[in-house]
Design a protein. Sequence first.
Length: 166
Amino acid sequence: MTDQHEIAVVRWTGQDLSPDGGLSGLLAAYHLRTQEEKGEGVERVEELPERYRAEVRDPLGAFGRDVVLVAVSGGAAVGCVVVTGAVGGRCEVKRLWTRPAQRGRGVASALVGAALAQAGRSGVRTVGLSVWQWRTGAIALYERLGFTVVPTWDGRERLVCMERAL
């Protein structure tokens, strides 16, 4: 039987009180999976590159100037996204992650929609993001939500840069 709790997207307040690890747990899963997909798999958070370990250990310190949105269902954090602070009328969306067991329920769409609304309230005119080229499902989601591929602003190979005007 599938858990049919409704999804609520809330602004993260800096506390991880949920029994599932909250935002720290989501970020750990995101980074461990990404390292695996890049062919640099590690088994534990302690083996991640320092900048990613820092996000997991102290999300408030890592994202203190950004807005972090968390999707909650049945009292558990099931997804997250970070909206960076606006610079020159532009912000970025990053760290979009949905727990695998929750995929297909509209969590990612709800998170991106909430991120776009947050960006609009901040006076942003353009929202950018980067996504690994092998994450074809995420790219398709972003395209459905109005993002288009643009020339890269990031030098990493296999990274697709996308933007959407608000």
